[in-house]
Design a protein around this ligand. Structure first.
Ligand code: PLP
Length: 443
């Protein structure tokens, strides 16, 4: 295996999938679960920064980051070194039952993510869904209330509790019931699809009306609601950015009724939006934050962070054998250093370039209905025409496929949106290249 010139990406040498990729894919498909959603035949050999090399030596620009996970890029040398160093000392001991420094040090750091005079505490998990489960359980346990309000379009994961909160696609829930009871879903403000957008800005706040007028008066008393469970920006649901004051208004409603505010920052957190937490853009300090994806640059880790007075469950009430694994914690500590040194700033700057580039394409190509996002969490909504704003899922899928064949890795989200979530190390040149590829495809 020769040295790879990562600078040359994208470079398609063999029409993908080439023979080596086909070998892996055919063997994989005989033995892995058919529930996996592989949208194009990419079999990965290795990765570096924002570039992926497939099994046949093709180089792709990775604007997926392994679904918004590899914040520091693929195999960042400092992350590799942190993993190496820690794995020589201790790989597992279970932070639920014993003490070790990487977990303590990471908890210390995460406990300062949220402002406020009160001390915060951290519970570690292995994944986003488990972080959501932990927050769900903590909200019920602490409040002694049962009901949770979540959102249509939300994605919170696929374990039974998380799935009960998920309201994104019916295939994700179909035939898995009965799910956890006492969950209601309400509309998330999707400004682009809202016909009541008042001229001159502002918002109709259908969501708040729905909660106050329908939910509170017709189905569930606010005193029975433990939490509002909300993504700052909807991810899987379509990279939907709510109006800037939405979270403040929803938070005020929550506080009026003693309801906890839980931010699922599994996808938006850890610098992705150009701030450490996306909720910082909205000026809200949540009661509980769920983290995973970007936290450890690809090592499995999740966490919830809550004020000490909320994380008041007794020993034995919740735990995890693998959560807070020392190698994952070491990778997370180094990830946070890199985020603070340069990558959050890079995400903010490159995000502006990406949105500007896509908006320029929008002026040329009428099938781009909307371009939206924050930092490097950017969505481009594909429509049949701008007048009707009718979604065009097949066209969106064609764009994702064509980009793959030209060496640009993208994924869809929502009904008809292309999502852009490159590693936070992505450069201006790589963004310009991606925009150029899209221009060719759309042309
Ligand atoms: N919450 C959000 C906002 C997510 O985007 C995801 C995954 O896409 C999850 C939870 C579930 O995370 P995981 O797949 O690690 O269980």
């Amino acid at each position: 295996m020769g040295a790879t010139n990562w600078e040359r990406a994208p470079q398609i040498r063999v029409h993908p999938p080439g023979p080596e990729a086909r070998r892996v894919i055919e063997a994989d498909e005989r033995v892995t679960s058919p529930s996996y959603t592989r949208v194009y035949p990419l079999a990965v050999r290795r990765g570096r920064g924002a570039v992926i090399e497939d099994m046949d030596g093709n180089l792709f620009l990775d604007f997926t980051a392994g679904i918004a996970v590899c914040t520091t890029g693929h195999c960042h040398p400092r992350i590799v070194e942190a993993i190496h160093r820690q794995s020589e000392r201790l790989i597992h001991m279970s932070g639920t039952d014993f003490y070790y420094e990487p977990q303590q040090q990471l908890a210390e750091r995460l406990s300062h993510l949220l402002p406020g005079s009160e001390q915060h505490r951290v519970f570690f998990t292995n994944s986003g869904a488990e972080a959501v489960e932990a927050a769900f359980k903590l909200a019920r346990h602490h409040s002694k209330r049962k009901h949770i309000v979540a959102f249509y379009g939300a994605f919170h994961g696929r374990t039974m509790g998380a799935l009960s909160l998920t309201g994104s696609k019916v295939t994700q829930r179909k035939d898995f019931g009965p799910l956890v009871p006492e969950v209601s879903h309400v509309e998330f403000p999707y400004c682009y699809r809202c016909d009541e957008r008042p001229a001159g800005g502002g918002c109709c706040y259908k969501t708040l009306e729905q909660i106050e007028e329908n939910l509170f008066h017709r189905t569930v008393a606010p005193t029975e609601i433990a939490a509002f469970f909300v993504e700052p920006i909807q991810g899987e649901g379509g990279y939907i950015v709510p109006p800037l004051d939405f979270h403040q208004r929803l938070y005020a409603l929550a506080k009026q009724h003693g309801i906890l505010y839980i931010a699922d920052e599994v996808q938006t957190g850890m610098g992705r939006t150009g701030k450490m937490l996306a909720m910082e853009h909205f000026g809200v300090v949540p009661d509980i934050v769920c983290l995973a994806k970007g936290i450890a640059s690809g090592m499995p880790l999740g966490a919830i962070v809550a004020r000490e007075s909320i994380m008041d469950w007794p020993p034995g009430s919740h735990a995890s054998t693998f959560g807070g694994n020392p190698v994952s914690c070491a990778a997370a500590i180094e990830t946070i250093h890199l985020l603070e040194e340069e990558l959050i700033e890079n995400a903010a700057k490159r995000g502006v370039e990406l949105i500007d580039g896509l908006k320029r394409l929008q002026q040329k190509h009428s099938i781009i209905g909307d371009v939206r996002g924050m930092g490097l969490m950017v969505g481009m909504e594909i429509v049949k025409d701008r007048a009707t704003r009718a979604a065009d899922p097949p066209r969106r899928d064609d764009i994702v496929q064509a980009a793959f064949r030209k060496g640009l890795l993208l994924l869809g989200c929502g009904e008809s949106t292309v999502r852009f979530c490159p590693p936070l190390v992505v450069s201006s040149e790589q963004i310009a290249t991606a925009i150029g590829i899209l221009d060719e495809i759309l042309g």
